[in-house]
Ligand binder design. Structure first.
Ligand code: FAD
Length: 504
């Protein structure tokens, strides 16, 4: 194919990944590409995936989707971070909040001042120095105000109803000319060279294209089945392999954060939406039976169950290549790392971003773009994996078989290095474009009980007597300002113009 000739892009699958791809491609390269999406209502979508990270703003802003409209259409709520309960040991909790923790002084990073204050006995809990945590603890949410009064803006993401997000994107993509074909893909037709040429659908139909995006979920029909790209299994690092999911009635406490509660052989999520709470129990089937896992979920809902719990089985890991020949996989077709830090939807978004940067239009010469895509995707996925593994391995739930197993996990060398650096003096170096930044790693390391032995000499530029008052003034400012914000419920209702009782 000549440079500049039209792209006939076929997207297989219409879950969150498929419709995100259709919307983004229609918006940004719709003038050069025809976009066709094939999906099967009969097969349906995985139907989970309701918590996001702040990078979702780039998607919504890029597509020009109005925030209030988004909140109304997807029954969304705000997410300031994730509260991890009982992960280090029973009875302990911490918040991994979005945004910054504290404020450094000149070149001195905040964490170094906190470590020094801790040694001096004048520092409070690490979470006391996050404005996001202060607002989360009080159940508050507020508008960006440009950092007035010395407090940063609240950094936030959303929780949304997974069954409403893809339809919203579908309307958007179809409005820009993307075509939808309903039908079950029965086989994938490849050319003599081995590229994908067309999807064969039931009823003897054929959808041809010159570039394919595999969004068929765990089935990975194109990249996995048709092109035979093997799966790299990460079970030895991320051993959970199943989840029960169930919605329940809303709790009057409308939390502006996700809860992640450690259980005997896994963990439970609680995701508050305007109309209900999404719940799930992620577990390791080698350590707990299905019935017990289901019961553990039903016994720990904070509202009445609205359906029968649904079982989803998965294997953590990814395809050895994310892009092979003329096919890129996005979403579950590319791999899955479990939902502990709500990263899957983001990985679809970053995969699309990378694809847009690398897809030049000359489909005869994709080798370099493909190799770069695969290299960068691998780095991104492996760094996210390390962050997730950290939560499991750094636990002190001694005498509990699943958690004992997790503590004994052989660390990926990249994670071992990060932990060693942090243990020394709370140090962190961001590698390449890795997703989670210093403040995320710092909060989870400290929350999981990895306490640095010392602090950087940089912190000694502040006299010992000044450290405590400085820390106290920051915590006080965050707490005081958070208390002036509207409640999460008031904030959502003001944005949507609807009381939550009237949302259906
Ligand atoms: P799916 O939703 O499974 O869509 C696959 C599509 O392919 C469907 O349209 C289906 O009909 C179609 N299809 C399949 N086979 C055929 C065929 N033969 N013919 C035609 N069409 C076909 N992510 C987050 O970011 N945050 C979270 O909190 C989160 N929680 C999760 C919890 C669990 C337990 C799981 C398993 C995942 C979670 N995820 C989360 C991941 C998230 O759900 C997915 O990344 C997201 O939904 C994208 O899914 P998908 O579109 O790749 O797959």
């Amino acid at each position: 194919m000549e440079p500049g000739s039209p792209l006939d892009i076929v997207i297989a699958g219409g879950g969150t990944a498929g419709w995100m791809a259709a919307a983004v491609l229609a918006r940004f390269i719709g003038n050069r590409a025809s976009i066709t999406l094939v999906e099967s209502e009969e097969i349906g979508i995985v139907g989970v995936g309701e918590a996001t990270i702040p990078q979702i703003h780039n998607l919504l802003i890029g597509l020009g989707i109005d925030q209030a409209d988004f909140l109304r259409r997807t029954h969304a709520s705000f997410k300031l971070g994730i509260e991890f309960v009982d992960w280090l040991r029973r009875g302990q909790s911490y918040v991994h909040s979005f945004g910054t923790v504290g404020r450094g002084v000149g070149l001195i990073p905040f964490r170094q001042l906190w470590l020094k204050g801790r040694a001096l006995g004048t520092a409070g809990d690490y979470g006391d120095y996050s404005y996001n945590v202060a607002a989360a603890r009080l159940g508050r949410m507020g508008r960006e105000d440009g950092g007035k009064g010395g407090t940063p803006n609240l950094a936030y993401a959303y929780h949304f109803d997974a069954s409403l997000f893809a339809p919203m994107l579908r309307d958007y993509a179809e409005g820009l000319g993307a075509k939808r074909v309903e039908g079950r893909i029965s086989s994938v037709e490849c050319s003599d060279e081995g590229d994908i040429a067309a999807l064969r659908l039931d009823g003897d139909r054929r959808v041809a294209g010159n570039f394919f995006i595999d969004c068929t979920g765990f089935r990975s029909l194109l990249l996995g089945d048709a092109l035979g790209v093997p799966f790299v299994d990460w079970t030895k690092w991320l051993p959970c392999d199943s989840a029960f999911a169930v919605p329940c009635a809303s709790n009057p406490v409308f939390r502006p954060f996700t809860q992640s509660i450690a259980r005997d052989a896994g963990w439970q999520w609680r995701i508050p939406l305007q109309t209900r709470t999404g719940n799930g129990h992620v577990f390791c089937s080698g350590f707990i039976g299905e019935d017990a896992a289901r019961e553990a979920l039903l016994a720990n809902l904070d509202g009445e169950a609205q359906a029968e719990p649904r079982l989803i089985r998965f294997t953590t890991g990814h395809r050895a290549e994310y892009w092979s020949r003329n096919c890129v996989a996005l979403g579950l077709a590319a791999g899955f790392m479990e939902p502990l830090e709500s990263t899957s939807i983001h990985l679809v978004q970053s995969g699309l971003d990378r694809l847009l940067k690398l897809l030049g239009g000359d489909l005869a010469n994709l080798d370099t773009a493909r190799a770069t895509f695969n290299r960068l995707s691998t780095i991104e996925w492996e760094r996210v994996r390390d962050f997730l593994v950290l939560h499991y391995v750094a636990n002190r739930r001694e005498g509990e078989p699943f958690w004992d197993h997790c503590r004994a996990i052989d660390l990926p060398p990249t994670l071992a290095e990060k932990i060693a650096l942090f243990e020394e003096a709370g140090l962190f170096i961001r590698e390449e474009d890795e997703l989670f930044l210093d403040d995320s790693w710092g909060q989870v390391m400290i929350g999981q009980g990895i306490m640095p032995r010392g602090w950087s000499p940089l912190a000694d530029n502040v006299p010992a007597d000044d450290v405590g008052p400085y820390l106290a003034s920051l915590a006080n400012a965050y707490r005081t300002k958070a208390a002036t914000l509207p409640t999460h419920r008031q904030f959502v209702e003001a944005m949507t113009g609807k009381t939550m009782e009237h949302v259906h």
